[in-house]
Design a protein. Structure first.
Length: 266
């Protein structure tokens, strides 16, 4: 640094306040060779105009998410061509981040819609609905406890882009109403790219609130409902989780939908 520039130089404390950078970071930039502060008569670092424009560049590139090592390489050989290439690369990466954030936003909005709908679902009323075919992923393993179910759900979600359990009503189990309490035969995740298809058609549906121990009783009610209307049950039952332990610790707020396909007895 020239003597005439020393009068307009900044100490490490002053430059740190100006750029909101800690002294350790400034020393690190110096070790990388990005900054080259001069020294005053007392041996203290002094930062001049050359360091300031370098810090301006560092700040802009750090906002783009570049590592200090990458910034150091760029600073060693800057040109219009290298700057253009850098900006084009960062623009492409920024557009990808925006797209990823948009997908995340859409996902959160959908989950909020599902949670809102779950709070308004009429409970205890058996109804009929026509459903389209649904593709799904299935793990063909039965389970008997909530902890076993949660592990199966996590394994299913590992295969998905979002991998989120909160606020999803696409997750459930196939339930076989055997004698006694019945049993869960497998877990599924509704996904348009899934290898297996849940048939479309005429379905009975019921929503209940509270613990899953109610599933066998509601399945029995649905079978009775079908028999009274000359309908044949086509197992398995589908147990869809609208709201469970992933959304609330209050069991009374759990919302579960049972579905089963039916056809008229001829």
């Amino acid at each position: 640094m020239k003597n005439e520039d020393m009068k307009n130089a900044y100490t490490i404390g002053e430059i740190g306040k100006l750029f909101h950078i800690g002294a350790d970071s400034l020393r690190y930039y110096e070790r990388l060779g990005i900054l080259a502060p001069g020294r005053g008569e007392n041996g203290y670092r002094l930062y001049g105009a050359d360091d300031i424009w370098r810090l301006n560049i560092i700040r802009d590139l750090r906002e783009l998410g570049m590592s200090m090592e990458s910034i150091g390489e760029y600073m060693k050989n800057r040109s219009l061509a290298s700057t253009r290439a850098l900006l084009e690369k960062e623009l492409a990466e920024t557009e990808e981040k925006i797209a990823r954030l948009q997908r995340l936003k859409d996902n959160m909005e959908e989950r909020l819609r599902i949670l809102s709908q779950a709070q308004k679902l009429p409970a205890g009323e058996i109804s009929e609905k026509t459903l389209p075919p649904r593709r799904c992923r299935v793990i063909e393993e039965g389970y008997a406890s909530d902890s076993e179910m949660n592990l199966l759900m996590r394994r299913l979600l590992r295969r998905e882009e979002s991998g989120r359990l909160i606020g999803s009503n696409c997750i459930g189990s196939f339930f076989a109403p055997d004698e006694g309490a019945g049993r869960y035969t497998s877990a599924f995740l509704i996904n348009e790219n899934g290898p297996r298809e849940i048939p479309g058609g005429r379905y009975l549906s019921v929503i209940y609130r509270g613990g899953y121990h109610q599933t066998p009783a509601f399945a029995a009610r649905m079978m009775k409902f079908a028999g009274e209307r000359n309908l044949r049950i086509l197992p398995p039952f589908l147990e869809l989780l609208w709201a469970d332990v992933h959304e609330t610790s209050r069991e009374e707020e759990f919302a579960t939908e049972l579905q089963v396909r039916v056809e008229e007895v001829r």
